[in-house]
Design a protein around this ligand. Structure first.
Ligand SMILES: [Zn+2]
Length: 256
């Protein structure tokens, strides 16, 4: 099986559910069933350390001349995603990280849309999505297609540019004025996460032996990224968000 990959357009992002839409991140029973099967498929094809599954969503519009690129700050332990101008130099150095399947697939090739990119020089150990991935991607597409979920879930290369401990997770918040998504590393017990939506799941090897069919719910370390409830909306740091959770809404709102 071959594959084709094109970068996203403004229209591809417009078509995604907005995270501010209250239902965008609520997983239905059908979503859960589909995720369980996707996890099984990744484990069966031994591609669970290469790929995870992402929740397709958007936070703000992008233009046709931009692509979403990830950068990281090792000192602050943050990972950021923002639209960057699609210049030839960028085009040469970027590799697709988060992709979705085209609604219409050709018979002998998997057709992908790149939604988020990493810079190759920042991830020397990570292969770009290539023809060796085509069969695995075909298996994932078959599950999504059977559940009617190709517009709901995407595939993401597992690339943690800031390493996470087992009890940590990336917590993504949106700075809408600067059009940047910022992932901070937080402890999984952080009360902040009560207001967040899971957006990226992986299935570690130890899930393979689990008899429980609900491997998404009962496999540890399954979620790697959560996205803060869109109702927070405005640019705020972690401390400000804690102020809001502790009930001091007015002061944090006026400082943002
Ligand atoms: Zn998000």
């Amino acid at each position: 099986m071959q594959f084709t990959l094109r970068h996203h357009t403004a229209g591809d992002y417009d078509a995604l559910p907005d995270m501010n839409d209250i239902n965008a991140g609520v997983l239905s029973r059908e979503d859960q069933l589909c995720l369980n099967e996707l996890g099984r498929s990744l484990l069966n094809t031994r591609s669970n350390s290469r790929f995870g599954i992402s929740l397709l969503h958007s936070h703000f519009p992008v233009s046709d001349t931009e692509v979403f690129v990830q950068t990281s700050d090792a000192t602050k332990r943050t990972v950021s995603l923002s639209p960057q101008r699609l210049e030839p130099t960028l085009q040469k150095s970027m590799a697709a990280m988060n992709v979705r399947f085209e609604e219409t697939q050709t018979s002998n090739a998997i057709s992908l849309i790149g939604l988020e990119y990493f810079l190759k020089q920042s991830a020397p150990g990570i292969d770009s999505i290539n023809s060796a991935d085509a069969n695995v991607l075909g298996s994932i597409h078959a599950v999504l297609d059977r559940h009617g979920k190709t517009a709901r879930f995407g595939v993401r290369v597992i690339h943690m540019s800031v390493e996470l401990a087992d009890d940590e997770v990336y917590s993504e918040s949106c700075d809408i004025d600067r059009r940047v998504l910022i992932c901070e590393v937080v402890n999984k017990r952080d009360p902040l996460l009560a207001r967040s939506i899971e957006t990226f799941w992986v299935w570690p090897d130890l899930c393979a032996s689990a008899d429980d069919p609900d491997i998404i719910a009962h496999c540890p370390a399954k979620c790697k990224i959560t996205c803060l409830d869109g109702n927070f909306g405005h640019p705020r740091g972690h401390k400000d968000l804690h102020k809001t959770i502790d009930g001091d809404e007015t002061s944090s709102a006026s400082s943002s």
